[in-house]
Design a protein around this ligand. Structure first.
Ligand SMILES: [Zn+2]
Length: 124
């Protein structure tokens, strides 16, 4: 065996044959790739759930009014489980105010702890 012999990324057995081989065979390749995909899917699912919850909390805040916008404190949203680092996009209006959105619901930071919650129907 050469000192630089590589091992299979899945089962760690020494590899024989081509230098650029990464797996013993198709079985090891498939097992490895499936694990990788399932990790990615778990991550995507977790982030999607956080965004959905954020969206629902903004939607709930808006349900107390018929005016299409309302105020809520950052503290209140945090208590309900809102995660501020997750959002889908931002919108900057002509005044330069930046709205942070989770899908069609968003908020603008006001003075102190207050946020203005809005709904925006936009074409993607
Ligand atoms: Zn293997």
């Amino acid at each position: 065996m050469e000192p630089t012999a590589k091992t299979c990324l899945e089962c760690s057995k020494p590899l024989k044959g081509r230098v650029d081989k990464k797996f013993c065979d198709d079985f090891c390749r498939n097992v490895f790739n499936n694990k990788l995909n399932s990790d990615t899917n778990t991550y995507v699912r977790n982030v999607t759930n956080i965004l959905r919850r954020n969206r629902r909390l903004l939607e709930e805040a808006l349900q107390v009014t018929t005016e299409g916008m309302t105020k809520i404190t950052r503290t209140k949203l945090l208590e309900k489980g809102f995660q501020f680092k997750y959002m889908t996009h931002t919108y900057t209006n002509k005044k330069g105010n930046v709205y942070y959105f989770c899908f069609e619901f968003g908020y603008l930071q006001l003075d102190g702890d207050w946020l203005l919650v809005v709904k925006r129907n936009e074409e993607v």
